[in-house]
Design a protein. Structure first.
Ligand code: PLP
Length: 362
């Protein structure tokens, strides 16, 4: 047998989303709220895409590998200088590239958990030594606790925090991240801000310009509703950008994604009205949880984690109604996660869940 890389061999395959939503026979009213995407296309992209498609050679030519116009637009949007920014086909690829560029066998990496577990794959494939700092409910990240844990581990190469956290929904201030970065200058602080647009907490992106050990990941998949186009970026200190550029494949960020990304940032009022709608619906859902005695974690993202007495049965019953949610029971016993969409999508979810209250509360 041909042997794979020994670290890859040890991994379990990541569990993917149900595939039936992609079938041509799938009913048109499927409500896909399992993976924290926008549940349906934001119509302003469809209009813009039609215009973009009319431009020459977007299909035949490789894209602009340096994403020059896109990086300039990102720089204006987040107020970080262009040479501190690197684009990727999704922030996942940014995480992977960072791990491949910086981790060696046996390097110590810590992740605040529960968290977005795809990151573990990128760490483990390098043979690095991952430790999970599991926060207790209600998941408050305390500076002293984290600093003591890092100290007791000896020198950490990398520290990962999803901020806001997926799946629990809490967010951490930039001040705490800055304090940690100053205290541990040899550790790369990887702050995954996939959901930052849904919270009032400020992005830590400016820290990447200020410190040699802070890396911020941003995504167009969540608040921007562009998960299918695969676009994300990283803000990182220049030496790290230079290192990652040695292995980053710029051909992977398509011209459609680059152009739609620029459009989205230049027309942020459109995206903002979607974000406002989600924030409104999130409150509506959380209020419903309060009124019906369903336990949940207040969320700063476009999702809510809530308790079910029978998570598996609840997911199954909702699926039969065309609503796909995520069972998080294996990560946090008794919990399921829903993505928050528009007001009407959330109303449909609530109406449907109300039919199955016996799977929620005992
Ligand atoms: C915390 C976090 N980071 C990154 C991603 C992936 O983002 P992208 O689509 O930009 O690769 C996700 C997707 O669920 C996520 O929850």
């Amino acid at each position: 047998m041909i042997k794979p890389n020994i670290y890859v061999e040890k991994l379990d395959a990541y569990s993917i989303t149900p595939q039936d939503v992609w079938s041509d026979d799938a009913p048109p009213d499927i409500l896909k709220i399992d993976w924290n995407e926008a549940p349906s296309d934001l119509t302003f992209y469809q209009k813009e895409l039609k215009k973009i498609i009319g431009k020459s050679n977007l299909i035949a030519w490789y894209p602009d590998c340096l994403s020059i116009d896109l990086i300039e637009a990102i720089s204006n949007f987040i107020n970080v200088r262009p040479n501190f920014i690197l684009t990727f086909p999704g922030s996942d690829v940014g995480l992977d590239t960072l791990c491949r560029s910086y981790l060696n066998v046996g390097d110590k990496v810590m992740a605040i958990c529960p968290t977005y577990e795809n990151f573990f794959v990128y760490v483990n494939q390098m043979g690095a030594d991952l430790s999970k700092l599991v926060l207790e409910e209600p998941f408050i990240l305390d500076y002293e606790l984290v600093a003591n844990e890092i100290e007791s581990h000896g020198e950490l190469k990398m520290f990962y925090l999803a901020n806001p956290n997926n799946p629990c929904g809490y967010a951490v201030t930039s001040e705490i991240i800055e304090k940690l970065a100053i205290k541990f200058p040899q550790t790369i602080f990887v702050i995954d801000e996939a959901y930052i647009e849904f919270t009032k907490i400020l992005s830590s992106a400016p820290l990447a310009e200020k410190y040699s050990n802070v890396v911020i990941l941003r995504s167009f998949s969540k608040a921007f509703g562009m998960a299918g186009l695969r676009l994300g970026y990283m803000c990182a200190p220049i030496p790290l950008i230079q290192t990652m550029n040695k292995i980053r494949n710029g051909k992977n960020v398509s011209m459609m994604s680059q152009k739609l990304g620029i459009f989205a940032m230049e027309n942020f009022d459109l995206v903002k009205s979607w974000i406002d709608e989600v924030v409104f619906s999130r409150k509506m859902f959380q209020d419903w949880c309060i009124n019906t005695d369903v336990e949940f974690f207040p969320s700063e993202g476009n999702f809510v984690l809530f308790k079910a007495s029978s998570p598996f049965e609840l997911c199954k019953a909702l699926k039969a109604e065309g609503i796909y949610i995520r069972n998080r029971d294996s990560l946090l016993p008794g919990y399921v996660r829903i993505t928050i969409g528009s007001r009407s999508q959330t109303e449909r979810l609530i109406r449907t869940v109300e039919k199955f209250m016996n799977y929620l509360v005992d």
